[in-house]
Design a protein around this ligand. Structure first.
Ligand code: KIV
Length: 255
């Protein structure tokens, strides 16, 4: 059955939420068939798929193409599309771009910070996942909220995202205690990445957990398998067989 934003909201305190990023038809199909709750077309797309150094070069065109690919592979999971930097600077831009993402198959959008924009989208019937803490569109890649002042600012922002009507909130790279405090304080589920085990759910970048990205390896990104190594072995095998005239064999030929 198709997962809705309301369903995700209702999971708080009952069942942990599992979320992964996905960017293409086939990977998303496998994630969906495995029972993932949410597939996020993150703007991490820019780094792990398109090879940029950060997320800032990702365009709406990129997000529309990859969101529609994920939608073609997904039957049950909630599909959340990230809004790239510069696409939600005003209410009007945010609504226009969010609607375009919904048209190609997103069930909800994710925006970094900006609770006032989230409120406008929610008021216009667009489900919004918030994202605070380390927000790569505007902040350095390091743990956020380590001192009292910044921890309080992040807690305040979390409350504002809740009040704005977000159905869930990503907490990226914040200390475990702060993530727990936020999780205990707000009504909506928190989904952590580098935020410890007390969040209501977890998200990982799928390329990180599959061993398909080697430029960054943060300590929270547990590697469940090393597909990069397996792929290299397969490619080397193929190249060797072609060079040594062992592929194709007669059984791979038409008669
Ligand atoms: O872009 C992304 O993949 C994300 C996740 C890390 C939450 O925002």
């Amino acid at each position: 059955m198709k997962t809705t934003a309301e369903k995700i909201k209702s999971m708080k305190g009952k069942e942990k939420i599992a979320m992964l990023t996905g960017y293409d038809y086939f990977t998303s199909k496998i994630e969906d068939e495995s029972g993932i709750d949410i597939i996020l077309i993150g703007d991490s797309l820019g780094m792990v798929i398109l090879g940029y150094d950060n997320t800032l070069s990702v365009t709406m065109e990129d997000m529309l193409r990859h969101t529609s690919a994920v939608a073609r592979g997904t039957k049950n999971a909630l599909i959340v599309a990230d809004m790239p930097v510069g696409t939600f600077d005003s209410n009007e831009d945010a609504a226009l771009n969010a609607e375009a993402l919904m048209k190609v198959g997103a069930d909800a959008v994710k925006i970094e910070n900006r609770p006032e924009i989230a409120r406008f989208l929610v008021d216009n019937n667009i489900p919004v996942m918030g994202h605070i803490g380390l927000t790569p569109q505007t902040k350095e890649f390091k743990v956020q909220g380590k001192d009292e002042k910044t921890a309080n600012e992040i807690l305040e922002l979390a409350k504002q995202c809740d009040e704005a009507g977000c159905f869930s909130l990503v907490l990226e790279c914040v200390p475990r205690d702060l993530a727990k405090k936020i999780t205990d304080t707000i009504k909506i589920p928190t989904i952590g990445i580098g935020a410890g085990p007390d969040c209501d759910g977890q998200v990982l970048v799928c390329n990180d957990m599959l061993g398909l990205y080697d430029k960054l390896s943060p300590k929270f990104a547990k590697r469940y398998v090393d597909l990069g190594i397996e792929m290299k072995k397969a490619f080397e095998n193929y190249i060797k067989e072609v060079k040594e005239k062992n592929f194709p064999e007669d059984r791979h030929s038409f008669h």
